[in-house]
Design a protein around this ligand. Structure first.
Ligand code: ADP
Length: 460
């Protein structure tokens, strides 16, 4: 059977309780050991103190006065022994007894029976009686009398046992505190995590990736929320790009597809002449080519935007890309436009030849498309301030100054160009390719009334 993993809170509670209880157990053992020795010491000093105290409470006198309350007179030899009321007979477990010089018990109690060792002034001895260990302390009093104090070792053990019992009694309380405390600490630390998890769940079930977790804390939890937020940001960005790509694709493919469908319906409607079929096929072929180049451009644009395209840059001469672009666009030459180029040789940039060819081909084909009848296109490449500067200038319809920024936006087409065919993605691709080369591209006006597109690439 597979066990369910313990939850974070339970785990912390268990750890905390275990550590606290282990700490308590070690403390308890330490206290017991220390207690034992301290109490032994205590017992011995209580014994010695009690006996020393009693020495001055025994006096010998030849005459007996009327005993005051608590005092005791004992006939001894020719006189009397006066035992003061401050004499401690049984105090803190210490039994005190008074013996004559020849060892006869005169007063008090002694629990060791016949196991009494010989008297020795001021010395602590030990003896065993009926399996019990006793400490004995003697002092010589007046007239050669002996004062003997006796305390059993059990007395000290009893005290230790009391302490142990007390500790064991509070043990469940400590266990309760450990578990309760552990749970509280765990809840305290788990609460923000649970909050983050709930918030994350809410975001994922609502599928609203624009929502963010509150990341106000300046600690690990705050960092977790921040990481989560940047992940959401990336996800949102990816989804937005995907959505835009899908929208772009359907937007761009709709018109040529509609034309293809209409042409097919027209051709299939009834028997057509060979010339009519040829015309239909030519239209379909043109639209299919358009579809193909749009999808390619969109795919490249989407890859460049997402940063997923592996753009390999290597030292190259930008003039090669420009020449390739001129060759590529030659079939699109129209309106009797003349293209002339002046390309400075020997420039080297870090670039991707295929992408740069694509960039210049877009600029040149636009120059043809928006150029005027019998007009001119001039393509130049020069070195300026350590940069390779390429310009594609035409004398066509130009771009109104207020629209020169916006024409680089996807699908944006300037007011004066809307009568011409076009999709509005060529320049956004140009901008993305330029960005992949850390190059600047801009649209300027020119003296001929047309437009000049300028590309600035860093040289190596
Ligand atoms: P498309 O040419 O397919 O419309 P582009 O992204 O290549 O898309 O161009 C966007 C817009 O920029 C064009 O619609 C046009 O308004 C303007 N434009 C681009 N190149 C030129 C140019 N050489 N002369 C005038 N306008 C231009």
């Amino acid at each position: 059977m597979k066990c369910r993993p313990l939850r974070f809170r339970t785990r912390i509670t268990l750890w905390f309780s275990a550590v606290l209880l282990a700490f308590f157990l070690i403390l308890f053992l330490l206290i017991t050991v220390i207690n034992n020795s301290v109490l032994q010491q205590n017992v011995k000093s209580t014994l010695i103190g009690t006996v020393n105290n009693n020495v001055s409470e025994v006096q010998y006198s030849l005459t007996a006065a009327e005993p005051a309350e608590g005092e005791v007179y004992i006939r001894y030899g020719a006189g009397y022994l006066l035992i003061d009321r401050r004499f401690l007979r049984l105090e803190s477990g210490v039994y005190s007894s008074l013996y004559s010089a020849d060892g006869a018990l005169l007063y008090g109690e002694n629990p060791v029976g016949n196991a009494n060792p010989p008297f020795a002034d001021g010395r602590l001895t030990e003896t065993e009686y009926q399996g019990v260990q006793y400490y004995i302390f003697d002092r010589m009093a007046a007239e050669g009398l002996w004062l003997r104090g006796v305390i059993s070792e059990q007395e000290s053990r009893g005290l230790v046992q009391n302490a142990t019992r007390l500790i064991l009694l509070i043990f469940p309380l400590i266990a309760l505190v450990a578990i309760g405390g552990g749970y509280r600490i765990a809840s305290h630390f788990a609460a923000p995590l649970v909050g983050i998890a709930k918030e994350a769940d809410r975001i994922s079930t609502g599928a609203d990736l624009s929502k963010r977790l509150p990341a106000t804390r300046d600690d690990e939890i705050g960092r977790l929320a921040q990481s989560f937020n940047s992940m959401l940001e990336r996800l949102e960005d990816t989804f937005a790009r995907e959505k835009r790509f899908n929208r772009d694709v359907s937007h761009e493919l709709r018109t040529p597809l509609a034309v293809i469908c209409a042409e097919c319906e027209y051709a299939l409607d009834r028997e057509r002449s060979a010339a009519e079929y040829r015309e239909v096929l030519q239209t379909i072929s043109g639209k299919a080519g358009e579809l193909s180049s749009i999808t390619q451009a969109l795919l490249l644009l989407s890859r460049l935007e997402s940063g997923n395209a592996q753009v390999e840059l290597s030292p190259m001469d930008p003039a090669d890309a420009i020449r390739a672009a001129i060759r590529e666009t030659a079939p699109a030459a129209q309106k009797n436009i003349t293209l002339e180029s002046a390309l400075e040789p020997g420039l080297t940039v870090l670039g991707n030849e295929a992408l740069l060819t694509r960039l210049f081909a877009n600029l040149i084909s636009n120059a043809y498309r928006y150029g005027k009848e019998n007009g001119r296109i001039r393509v130049t490449l020069t070195r300026e301030d350590g940069q390779a500067v390429a310009r594609v200038a035409d004398d066509g319809i130009g771009v109104p100054p207020q629209e020169r920024e916006r024409i680089f936006d996807r699908f944006y087409r300037a007011e004066n160009a809307r009568r011409q065919g076009g999709s509005g993605i060529g320049l956004s691709l140009v901008r993305e390719i330029a960005a992949a080369h850390r190059a600047q591209v801009m649209c300027l006006g020119n003296e001929a009334g047309g437009s000049t597109f300028e590309v600035r690439l860093g040289t190596v």
